[in-house]
Ligand binder design. Structure first.
Ligand code: FUB
Ligand code: ZN
Length: 648
């Protein structure tokens, strides 16, 4: 089916889904204004998080005196906010933020140094140390987020200012880094600029940026190792992040050249941002070997190192991958940014390969780990997304210090909140795609979409009841003959399609049901099997042996203390126990699932820590809710993986 899939134009998509609209409408109503106040610092300066991203730009621009405040990568928070705002301007929901965004862009431009350099930390705190600490310094990471914002803002508004600022900085970077004599042979300690340079290349047509992205990928992991040399020159120790002492090159995927990598190692966000750029380069250059590496890495991540929620990076220490099947539930890291990055990587692969397995993972990520990263109110966030919660164990200065039982207002390192925001604001990019003469429906999120295609026009109006009945109804109008490719999700079961009231067996192509439709109106209907189902993990996931998780459609379910009382560890389930979908008045009308479970009751009542084994069970009705909304009602325990009793 033709060439690479293209992203749809956000302004041609209107989301009206019962679940997603509840979040997407909050981007302009709540999230952008809320995050803007966070970027401007707290009114109460006594807060630990009394850092002010905007003040750094004002100081770097010479408009205010002071020291740099906050983490070294703080500039990226503003850039991601700007990218989110750009998408909202594009989709028509946030035009009122144009003037604040323009002022922010003016400030960014003023903070740019005469030679094009821009980074508030180095400009304010270490002006003579540019590029000297690529391991920790995040200059290239921040630059990447600026470029992404710039492309999005230019595409949304046609205004060039932030794009011109970015181009000047990108040109400086392309002069500084490269294969020629006199150029620095380094690469970022935190990948991000690579994928952003490719966006800049696609926007400007300047192939220097693609070459530079490729240089960063190809240079990484070469011997002698640039990052190790840099650390040695610094005396062998970290300068900004103490946890980087005794640096493991796998952490930044710099242990071997990326092309040779077969296993997802190190920091999860760094990894998936890099894989995204590798997929882009593979596509731009027709590089089959690199594409094969991307496939191998994607399979390793999604088949051996990913939680049922789509979460990746299981280690609380250094936010990283560990080893295959090591997926602890309570201490899981599962950074929200890592889930966003895996969705971005998967979308790139889907667009190249046109195969629905990538969208099965994207759907898992969006409906579970990513959505859990934000509160239903839009202004509270999870950075870490565990699959099991016992709030008492979330203790500072322990191995559980990263896990929080409630979504937080903000973070000293606030990468995740604006990452969810930009994902929600650009959700349309995940729902539809197109190429040549085909429109693709990848996700079943109620919405309308118009696009010019094949010399004509296509209009889609999709009504999806995915999370309740599984019924999907697509009204398709085309002004020329067109093809429609509808993804059949991995959970769909046996499916039937009705086209204009007649049952048809569509041609299947890599998981898509393909319909050749002639000019005019068509009605395509189907129903996926979204009845509740019990799922087991691979036997090698030791943490989950003897346990099951409940899913309905793409949603993973969990038990919460709010519905089922405490001590959820003593709840056991039988998978032949009948499940019943109930309307439990959950946010966005999400369905709950009720079933009978067994509560283990220890009959040794004297409180001894250990005693002879003597226990009984009692049956009780439990109610499970979608994982994405856990912790929205009441702080308390939560479990995804439930202990299994043998079948009767
Ligand atoms: O280093 C920048 C961001 O901060 C990373 O992507 C996150 O994992 C957090 O460490
Ligand atoms: Zn993050």
């Amino acid at each position: 089916m033709g060439s690479r899939l293209q992203l749809p134009d956000l302004k041609e998509i209107k989301i009206n889904d019962s679940l997603w609209y509840e979040y997407t409408k909050k981007v302009a109503d709540i999230i952008i204004p809320y995050q803007w106040t966070r970027l401007n610092g707290w009114e109460n300066e006594s807060k630990d998080e009394s850092v002010c991203c905007i003040r750094n730009f004002r100081i770097a621009a010479g408009k205010e005196q002071g020291e740099h405040n906050g983490i070294v990568c703080i500039d990226s928070d503003l850039y991601k906010w700007l990218e989110t705002t750009a998408y909202c301007i594009a989709n028509g929901s946030g035009t009122e933020f144009g003037s604040i965004a323009d002022e922010a862009i003016d400030l960014i431009a003023e903070a740019q140094q005469p030679d094009g350099y821009i980074n508030t930390y180095y400009t304010i705190a270490e002006p003579d140390a540019r590029w000297s600490n690529l391991v920790e310094g995040h200059e290239l990471y921040c630059a990447g987020h600026m470029f992404e914002a710039a492309v999005a803002y230019f595409e949304a508004t046609g205004k060039r200012k932030i794009l011109d600022v970015s181009v000047r900085f990108a040109d400086l970077i392309c002069d500084e880094f490269g294969p020629e004599e006199g150029q620095r042979k380094g690469y970022p300690g935190h990948q991000e600029i690579e994928l952003a340079l490719i966006k800049l290349y696609r926007c400007t047509n300047n192939s220097r940026y693609l070459d530079c992205a490729r240089f960063f990928i190809d240079e990484r992991g070469k011997e002698p190792n640039y990052l190790l040399n840099e650390i040695e020159q610094r005396g062998g120790h970290a300068a900004l992040f103490p946890e980087f002492n005794d640096y493991d090159l796998k952490y930044s995927q710099a242990h071997i050249p990326p092309r040779e990598q077969k296993i997802a190692e190190g920091h999860a966000v760094r990894a998936v941002y890099m894989y995204s750029a590798m997929a882009d380069i593979a596509q731009e250059r027709g590089d089959k070997e690199l594409l094969q590496t991307c496939r191998t890495l994607w399979k390793n991540v999604t088949e051996k190192r990913m939680y049922i929620t789509g979460g990746i990076g299981s280690s609380g220490h250094l936010e990283r991958f560990t080893t295959d099947y090591d997926l602890p539930n309570a201490s899981a890291y599962n950074e929200t940014c890592a889930a966003v990055g895996l969705a971005q990587f998967s979308r790139r692969m889907a667009n190249i390969e046109k195969s629905t397995n990538y969208y099965d993972i994207i759907e898992r990520l969006l409906y579970n780990n990513i959505l859990a990263g934000i509160s239903f109110t839009g202004d509270r966030y999870f950075y870490v997304n565990p699959l099991e919660m016992w709030p008492d164990t979330c203790i500072k200065a322990t191995s559980m210090k990263h896990v929080k039982p409630v979504r937080q207002e903000w973070f000293p390192c606030a990468c995740c909140p604006p990452n969810v925001a930009r994902t929600l604001a650009s959700l349309g990019h995940y729902i539809y795609a197109f190429n040549d003469d085909t429109v693709y429906i990848n996700l079943f999120i109620s919405s309308s979409y118009n696009t010019a295609l094949n010399g004509g026009n296509a209009q889609i109006n999709m009504k999806s009841d995915l999370l309740h009945s599984g019924e999907i109804s697509i009204l398709f109008n085309a002004s020329v003959d067109l093809r429609l490719a509808v993804r059949v999700p991995d959970f769909a079961g046996e499916i039937n399609f009705m086209v204009d009231g007649v049952e048809v067996m569509p041609r299947m192509d890599k998981g898509y049901a393909v319909f050749d439709l002639n000019t005019g109106d068509h009605h395509i209907e189907t129903r996926f099997d979204v009845s509740p189902r019990w799922v087991v993990a691979n036997q090698k996931v030791r943490e989950d042996v003897g346990k099951v998780a409940l899913m309905k459609g793409p949603c993973v379910y969990c038990l919460e203390e709010a519905d089922n009382g405490s001590d959820l560890a003593s709840v056991f389930v039988r998978i032949n126990s009948e499940t019943q979908v109930s309307d439990a008045q959950l946010p966005a009308g999400l369905p709950a699932i009720e079933y009978t479970a067994e509560r283990l009751i220890n009959q040794n009542q004297d409180g001894a820590l250990y005693a002879p084994a003597y226990f009984t069970t009692s049956s009780e009705k439990v109610s499970a809710v979608p994982y994405c909304i856990w912790g929205n009602r009441k702080t308390g325990e939560m479990i995804v993986w439930q202990k299994l009793l043998p079948q009767d």
